[in-house]
Design a protein around this ligand. Sequence first.
Ligand code: BT5
Length: 326
Amino acid sequence: MSSDAAGRILEMLRNQAGRLSGTEISRKLGISRSAIWKHIRSLRGAGYQITAKHATGYQLIAVPTHLTTWEIQAGLGTERLGIKIHTFSQVDSTNMVAFRLALNGAHEGEVVIAESQAAGKGRMGRHWESPHGVNIYLSIILRPLFPPNKMSMITLMTAIACAEAVEEVTGLLPSIKWPNDLLIGEKKMGGILTEADMEMDRINFVIVGIGINVNMPHSSFPPSIRDTATSLREAPDTEISRIALIQALLRKFELWYQRLGQGWGDAVKGRWEEISQIRGKEVEIVFMGETVKGQALEIDADGALLVQEPGGEVKRIVAGDVHVRG
Ligand code: BT5
């Protein structure tokens, strides 16, 4: 049974104010009444409330509150991104699922989304808190044609896409902390984990993992991050539609990724510097036990952070944790 036909039936039901007869669906889609019934059953199984009356037909009463491919794709409007969306109730990590799919030949633009993660990953082996049903855990498979040294630009453009999507949906523009933190005020509400399968001179695929705390209540944060983390809901204190946010995110992501692919690295750099908190600030960067202190200048064409030490020397930072001082 094709999920496509189920999706098209759903679309017809959405656009219908009252009941829609089986004959009408059958005529429009060229499928039998019994095939329609099977699709209706699978939609119901996915959480859609659809009533069926023998004489008058079908009516959509309610859509599920959990994330479904159909809800995300309805009115999405992207060209390639999210054309295939794999949704799960729970996974180990959406990045790991996406990685496995990519190894098996998944295409650029395929997306993995889960309601919760049992082993959500941060950078450098760290853990990402991923409670069920309240946040966004999403990974995008990319097969970029540009060289490995441009990898960091993908993380930066992802941060821009996330910030702009949040602004579109909530009216609140988060700030970005190099390289992968999304902040509201001083608190972290999202993070990005970019992983890749690559050789010396070429990228086979990239997995961009995005975690955004959307409706997570403050009480759900474990004590270890209660003072440093926040969710979007906490800011305006209203429930935020995860569907609307995912759709905005996929659209913004596609736009910025296309720009990057067309050689608009300067536009990415410019927009990133506009949104980021870091330019001109006194920073301390820790990476693998080493600390660099100085003033953050800008990011270079490959997405590295340039920091001027008190002695005047400029260091190029490609990875690490940034602390803004003072
Ligand atoms: C990150 O790492 O910020 C990258 C997070 C990426 C998560 C997404 S979810 C979808 C995809 N699938 C995955 O498995 N991962 C990606 P890092 O900069 O290393 O920050 C990790 C640190 O942030 C932790 O050590 C905690 O201190 C803190 N933290 C953990 N969970 C958090 C949360 N939900 N909100 C805010 N801070 C959190």
